[in-house]
Design a protein. Structure first.
Length: 130
């Protein structure tokens, strides 16, 4: 699973209000276009606010790296026009795979979340793989 969120989205929302939705919609379009050209079985989910999960069914983490990097680069090179301003979008990313040591799905989810927060705490606009 890849978990990502849009860096500094609260600031975008505070500045532009509901026009921040345009940023969310743009990110979804960019990610979905990358997924569509790679594997239609990979699923994007919005988990809340500016946070998203991508499920890679039947993939090992090494097999996801090219797609994760492509998504990361595509989003990080995207600009959104809002109220005559260009908003440059960046994302922070965490990636992991389910392990036989996981007792529950929460163990897996928490590990991916931990990877995401490592990226955010270390300057954002980064990919952390655990």
């Amino acid at each position: 699973m890849m978990m990502f969120d849009i860096d500094h989205f609260k600031s975008i929302n505070d500045t532009y209000g509901h026009l921040g939705d345009k940023v969310l919609q743009t990110v979804v379009r960019v990610v979905q276009s990358v997924l569509a050209k790679n594997d239609k079985n990979i699923k994007l989910y919005r988990t809340g606010g500016e946070e998203f999960n991508i499920i890679f069914p039947h993939y090992h983490v090494k097999e996801t790296q090219a797609i994760v990097k492509e998504i990361f680069e595509a989003v990080n090179h995207t600009e959104v026009d809002v109220k005559e301003n260009k908003i440059h979008i960046t994302i922070s990313v965490g990636v992991s795979e389910i392990s036989k040591k996981d007792v529950s799905v929460n163990d897996f989810y928490s590990r991916v979340d931990k990877a995401l927060y490592h990226s955010k705490r270390n300057g954002r606009k980064e990919i952390t793989i655990i």
